[in-house]
Ligand binder design. Structure first.
Ligand code: ADP
Ligand code: MG
Length: 196
């Protein structure tokens, strides 16, 4: 069963990576702008003091404009640093995008000298990336389980962002997979069951 799930996930990952890379720059820009406009209106975001957010690269759903927006609003913004040995992430505070440096997987990462994020408030937000989400909020990542490990101990609100055409009815899942509470796409907001 687990072997089947592994292979099913692998096939889906390949397919979604390909489809995502085939979007034109213009399509991507339009979609990203729509997601940004939804995010900035979310009451969950406006009520949060601390926001953990990935720094997008290449063809991922863009977070750069949103990070700038959050810093301007005075939110405490934390970006992830990945440890390739343990497959775990730690989030560190960033005061500006200029503080980021290229790290693991060619992703821009924060300095370990900055303040570490510690799980605290139930109103904290984690913005979760994915290749694909299903309607229950389960996700397909790059296959290393970084977010499953992090979210396992995270007590705040988990918000996925995703291009709408990459949201599926049901994804194969492991019992370590953690669902998000809501998904923001370019078309709508999905309320998911979330949970563990
Ligand atoms: P992704 O979520 O990145 O798409 P998977 O869900 O396929 O990746 O998980 C990759 C691997 O990480 C799996 O072998 C999974 O069992 C493992 N994993 C996920 N979460 C945990 C956890 N909390 N503790 C230990 N291993 C985990
Ligand atoms: Mg997973």
């Amino acid at each position: 069963m687990q072997v089947d799930t592994y292979n099913q996930k692998k096939i889906l990952r390949k397919d979604f990576l390909k489809r995502r890379s085939q979007l034109s720059d213009t399509e991507r820009e339009v979609i990203n702008r729509k997601i940004f406009n939804r995010l900035i209106r979310l009451s969950e975001i406006n009520n949060a003091k601390n926001i953990c957010i990935y720094v997008s690269k290449s063809d991922e759903a863009d977070t750069i404009c949103f990070i700038e927006h959050l810093i301007r609003l005075g939110k405490a913004v934390y970006a992830p640093k990945s440890d390739k040995n343990s497959n775990e992430m730690t989030f560190y505070k960033i005061n500006s995008l200029t503080e980021l440096n290229v790290g693991a997987f060619s992703v821009l990462e924060p300095s370990e000298k900055n303040e570490k994020y510690i799980y605290s408030d139930k109103n904290d937000i984690c913005i979760v990336p994915a290749l694909c989400f299903d309607r229950q909020g389960y996700r397909l990542g790059y296959g290393k389980g970084y977010y499953d490990r992090f979210l396992n101990d995270f007590n705040g609100i988990k918000i996925g962002i995703c291009f709408d055409e990459f949201i599926k009815e049901v994804l194969p899942r492991y019992n370590t997979d953690i669902a998000v509470d809501m998904i923001i796409s370019d078309v709508k907001e999905y309320c998911c069951k979330g949970g563990k």
